[in-house]
Design a protein around this ligand. Sequence first.
Ligand SMILES: Nc1nc2c(ncn2[C@@H]2O[C@H](COP(=O)(O)OP(=O)(O)OP(=O)(O)O)[C@@H](O)[C@H]2O)c(=O)[nH]1
Ligand SMILES: [Zn+2]
Length: 366
Amino acid sequence: MGEMFHICRAGGRHAPSMFQDPTVLTPTPTELAARARADLRSGLPVATRGMLMAAAETVSAGRLAGMRDLGPLVLAITDRRAATLKARAYDGDLARVVVPGDADVAWLRAVADPADDLRAPMKGPLATLRDGDAGPWRTGLALAKAAQLLPAMVGVETPTLPEGITVLDRAAGAGPLAGVAAARLPMALAGAGRLHVFREGGGEEHYAVEAGTVDRAAPVLVRLHSACFTGDVLGSLKCDCGPQLHAALGAIRDGGVVLYLNQEGRGIGLANKMRAYDLQDQGFDTVEANHRLGFEDDERDFRLGAGLLRKLGIGKIKLMTNNPRKIQMMQDQGIDVVERVPLHVGRGPENAGYLDVKRTKSGHLE
Ligand SMILES: Nc1nc2c(ncn2[C@@H]2O[C@H](COP(=O)(O)OP(=O)(O)OP(=O)(O)O)[C@@H](O)[C@H]2O)c(=O)[nH]1
Ligand SMILES: [Zn+2]
């Protein structure tokens, strides 16, 4: 005890507290989920409720062999991917595929990744599990999606875990949003403005561009834009994102906000969006391509946009969008959308089909 006091005093300003809550240094579910996403991206397995699971996309042959030593392997895929593979999804939203004893990482990736579905159709029917608890697998697939990997998780039941494995109960969402920094930014299209950077606890950064004079007492003109590297930066003609972003920046010049959410590819990430583009070149539309990859049409959570607006002190908006889901989610989150401002720009021969699908299948408004 005496020595402890001595060390603490020598260490500086902080007196030791006998009453400090020891759990304050324990990772929260949000922090564990953030760690698990990083683990999965680097090929490490994570554990939840007795199940050790790795992402099919990143697991190495060596790690797979190590997992196989622990017991029979199972590969979980979403019902969307299962439907393409004609595998029975007994668990409703997912299917647990039995991994044959001789299956290697190439086999796992062929089940996970639809790139070669047409060129090399899967041989033999995939056997799927009916009994047992799908819960841990649901957590695993949610983590894979959140890590922007293909939603396919290989795993094994194990009572004992190797050292250093991240163990978590559930796939927690990101923590609260915090404003990190803001500064003046003169812009070609939007004029004089400010860029605000926000950070989600254990998650992404998102940006708010504020331009002109924003009267927070009146409805504020707002655009909720999701990142599109190909459209916003490269000027891709496959979508309308670049022209929409530019039109929105011009529109807020006299007062308004563009929220730039880091939800590339409707939330599936750029790598998966390029996989979807490859499928589109094979003849599938934007919705079918997402489904074949195992994703929903749209994996975005627009609650984030409402959170950003609240941080900016904005509660009443005129929303620039053609997407009724954005309006609905804003309203559900207590943001008063007093007007929808249509945003139809940039239609051309390369994206006409894409825009038509958004109207006919995704319910986008005229
Ligand atoms: N998965 C996938 N994402 C795409 C594709 N084309 C564009 N995107 C992404 O779709 C998103 C488009 O975002 P928004 O323009 O904000 O959304 P929206 O749902 O079209 O709604 P509004 O433009 O507001 O009418 C961006 O994240 C793009 O990266 C595609 O073919 N597949
Ligand atoms: Zn785009």
